[in-house]
Design a protein around this ligand. Structure first.
Ligand code: NDP
Ligand code: GDR
Length: 370
């Protein structure tokens, strides 16, 4: 039985990857951070009671800023594969916490690689590094491939650039099976609530049942190559199953503006949207509604711009060239963007209908202790 260790197992990708590896028969270990509230919502369905026999899913407390605990966990687990997904992954937040981001996302990767080396596991343990399309930053060429030069545009991207190159360096210097997956944006109903797609699908769901009256957004002109996280974790696994360690771009090859994503999400709840105005004065109005239960009316303003969400330096256009992953990994995504938007909106509508039902019945939804 193969053994995998996942950092960032409590995140979106960690949850989907853990599920995939368990299905493939792996013993799966994950590193979770101590927090004052439970932070395992995304993986609670995978939990196995440690008192039972033949447990294949185990969690360890740890943090990418602490080499001592990384070394101890890797020594204890003796993994065949490490997936380094742990990161401070929010681009805008990285401008607020640049040093911490560098420590976790940059040096954290070095700590993992060095632990493998110090423990004498370079011949056994394969390492996947969660690299990102944010490395391309300021557009140098499109579509972006494994050969496109990097020009990072945020503390997050700069930290990930260190992680990218230290992974390449350990591969070349110590003959390690260490690979970068340069993944373009991927989303799902498990996506963190402050990333743009989930913020939109949550907003649309709440607006459609009268739980919110406006959605405040940042740069609507940004273009992203969006895929489904389920497809992308499959690619991570494939990258570590190759004969030779290499880096791969994982993307759909199709790019869409934030504005069009919003329009698609509203269409899922039967609302046709139109945008008027420019820059910070741009607004989204209801043009027509096919949804009799929805309280939104034609002419109503439902989207507005809040400059708070603009970034000091923006990444305007991402569009990936997945030819290498298609030819060498045989990777082809199963989801397209309309299917992704449909799934995300449906999941959030269900979530908020449940919350509304409880609220209407007089139950406290949040902890409202006085
Ligand atoms: P999430 O933000 O959903 O998950 C991040 C994970 O990292 C969480 O489990 C988080 O723990 C953990 N983490 C944060 N800080 C630390 C730390 N100091 N020590 C240990 N663990 C930590 O990200 P995604 O699942 O979306 O992304 C996974 C990885 O892929 C990240 O590295 C991200 O940068 C990268 N990536 C993501 C893309 C995407 O579109 N989703 C595209 C390209 C790359 P907690 O739950 O406690 O916060
Ligand atoms: P990104 O994702 O920065 O690409 O990083 P995010 O969803 O945060 O932003 C995408 C684009 O949307 C614009 N935008 C907004 N973004 C947010 N979060 N909130 C808003 O209100 C808003 N309005 C417009 C942004 O300016 C941006 O252009 C994600 C993360 O998962 C990284 O960890 C990962 O490496 C990259 O994707 C690939």
């Amino acid at each position: 039985m193969k053994i995998a260790l996942i950092t960032g197992i409590t995140g979106q990708d960690g949850a989907y990857l853990a599920q995939l590896l368990l299905k493939k028969g792996y013993e799966v270990h994950g590193i979770k951070r101590r927090s004052s509230l439970f932070n395992t919502d995304r993986i609670d369905h995978l939990y196995q009671d440690p008192h039972e026999k033949n447990i294949r899913f185990k969690l360890h407390y740890g943090d990418l800023t602490d080499s001592t605990n990384l070394i101890r966990i890797i020594q204890e687990v003796q993994p065949d594969e490490i997936y380094n997904l742990g990161a401070m992954s929010h681009v805008q937040v990285s401008f607020e916490a640049p040093e911490y981001t560098a420590d976790v996302d940059g040096i954290g990767t070095l700590r993992i690689l060095e632990a493998v080396r110090l423990l004498g596991l370079t011949g056994k343990t394969r390492v996947y590094q969660a690299s990102t399309s944010e490395l391309y930053g300021l557009v140098q060429e499109v579509p972006q491939s494994e050969k496109t030069p990097f020009y990072p545009r945020s503390p997050y991207a700069v930290a990930k650039m260190y992680a990218y190159w230290i992974t390449v360096n350990y591969r070349e210097a110590y003959n390690m099976f260490a690979c970068n997956g340069i993944l373009f944006n991927h989303e799902s109903p498990l996506r963190g609530e402050t990333f743009v797609t989930r913020k939109i699908t949550r907003g649309v769901a709440k607006l459609s049942i009268g739980m919110q009256d406006k959605l405040y957004m940042g740069n609507l002109d940004a273009k992203r190559d969006w895929g489904h996280a389920k497809d992308y974790v499959e690619a991570m696994w494939l990258i570590l199953q190759q004969d030779k360690p290499e880096d791969f771009v994982i993307a759909t090859g199709i790019t869409t503006t934030v504005r069009d994503f919003i329009t698609m999400a509203f269409a899922e709840v039967g609302i046709e949207l139109e945008f008027q105005g420019e820059g910070v004065d741009e607004k989204g109005y209801v043009k027509s509604s096919k949804n009799a239960e929805c309280p939104l009316k034609p002419g109503q303003e439902v989207v507005a711009i809040d400059a708070r969400y603009f970034r000091p330096t923006e990444v305007d256009l991402l569009i990936g060239d997945p030819s290498k992953s298609k030819s060498k990994l045989g990777w082809v995504p199963k989801y397209d963007l309309p299917a992704l938007v449909k799934e995300m909106v449906a999941a959030d509508v269900e979530l908020f209908k449940r919350e509304k039902l409880l609220k209407d019945a007089g139950y406290k939804v949040l902890n409202q202790f006085e």
